[in-house]
Design a protein. Structure first.
Lengths: 148, 120
């Protein structure tokens, strides 16, 4: 039963769908985390927290994550919106940290911004180039008979 | 925040969002195209042996029909040869009979004469 469900999910998701679902769930968790356990005065995010609270910005993660996870079930070609939604929150965070570096509030922000741009945005951009196909199994080679 | 900082920030934001969005959209289109091509190739590989087998079956049927025709023709030629040999034997007997009776037979047909001389 469990394996059947897993097989159905894998067939319907495909390669791109798998990473989209993983990214979407991760983003939703990250956003929910900001709401459930609010962070007091996070360093380097002044560009965001000056506008509204981090709990409000968390909805960006949740909505983008929901779009990403939903796109996992779309056909290839239509799932581009999922990848686009996936790169929005880490890009916003990277720009916030970059701004903190510009204003001199948070010197470590440059490295955090680069980490968001590579480990998040870069990985998502790479994942969007993955084609959706599986190579059929090799035909079995003719085996040598044992009879003389 | 100074104007320069704001301009830098907006440029960076445009670069990240515009560049990332453009890259992702283009990559998705290309991946979809590659996927279609691969699926077509897989379908072709899977159906090709069947098409090959069908072509081979047509060829095999043609060979069988020609073999049958050939066998029938060989049989007919063999029967005609036997009848011809029997007829030549008969005419030889008649020619001998006419010689003995003092009658000179008509000269043979040129084809028969040629056969008697050349063997073909």
């Amino acid at each position: 039963m469990r394996t059947a469900a897993a097989r159905w999910l894998r067939l319907h998701l495909g390669r791109r769908g798998q990473i989209l679902l993983i990214l979407g769930i991760g983003k939703i968790c990250w956003g929910v985390g900001f709401i459930v356990t609010p962070q007091q005065d996070p360093a380097g995010l002044d560009l965001l927290t000056d506008r509204c609270s981090l709990a409000s910005w968390a909805w960006l993660w949740i909505v983008a994550g929901a779009v990403t996870a939903t796109s996992a079930f779309l056909r290839i070609g239509r799932d581009g919106w999922g990848f686009m939604a996936a790169i929005v929150p880490p890009s916003v965070w990277a720009i916030a940290y970059f701004s903190a570096v510009l204003t001199g509030e948070y010197a470590r922000g440059a490295f955090v911004a680069l980490w968001y741009l590579t480990s998040h945005v870069g990985v998502i951009m790479w994942a969007s180039t993955v084609p959706e196909y599986s190579v059929p199994p090799l035909p079995r080679r003719a085996r040598k008979g044992k009879a003389p | 925040m100074s104007v320069t900082e704001i301009v830098t920030l907006i440029t960076a934001a445009l670069g990240v969002f515009g560049g990332g969005g453009f890259f992702v959209a283009r990559a998705t289109v290309r991946a979809a195209r590659v996927t279609t091509a691969a699926q077509e190739a897989i379908a072709r590989i899977q159906t090709e042996p069947q098409a090959e087998a069908q072509r081979f079956a047509v060829l095999q049927a043609t060979v069988n029909r020609l073999d049958e025709d050939n066998g029938q023709l060989r049989g007919r030629v063999s029967r005609v040869e036997s009848v011809l040999r029997a007829f030549a034997w008969t005419t030889d007997r008649w020619a001998g009979q006419m010689h003995r009776a003092g009658i000179e037979p008509e000269p043979v047909h040129p084809l028969v004469d040629e056969y008697n001389r050349a063997g073909v």
